[in-house]
Design a binder for this molecule. Sequence first.
Ligand code: SF4
Length: 206
Amino acid sequence: MNPGGNLRPLRGVDRLADVLDRYRELASRVDAGVSHLVGAHRSRMKCAAGCAACCTRISVLPVEWYIVRAVIGADAMTDLNEKSNSPPRALVSHPPPNPCGFLRDGVCSIYRDRPLVCRVHGLPLRYRVVSYDETGVVSDDAFTTVWCDLNFTGQDPNRPTFTDGECFDMNALNTELDALNAAFLRTAAGHRFAGKHGVFLCDGSA
Ligand code: SF4
């Protein structure tokens, strides 16, 4: 992903309220896609409360950090560089390194409003692989797939057997999120995040 690169402004998205509306609409589509894939992989998905293996050093774009903090009633600006979230109090199965600050006793404390990247946890995820050299992007037509070993045991890392339709398209999601973030950074609320490309969920550091 190339944050901010080659992005066109989203048409009709100029105000913070517009950004929030578009984010909610995107979240609905992500949830629908996730629901479809969870159904398709139902026999292999073991995700459940108590497993937090995915809840590790994840970062989100400023627009999602702002929205998550706003939804839970925190001031996204003043908390940006503070370690405001205590670590999980209880050990969970598969405890992650650098656990997310929103984990509480092994459970996501903001589950209903969790970032989009958290909604695809556990599924096979397809990413576009972008190669660069000194002249810029030289190739973006290769894809790679990642998946949770706890769900999809026995997959050969060198020859995964997932089809495109069995994977969540992270390239499409990240492209939309990049565009939304670019729109957010143009709003008054977004100006405070200028120059920040991501915020880590583990401690709120940018
Ligand atoms: S926000 Fe919730 S689901 Fe996402 S990494 Fe943190 S605890 Fe896990």
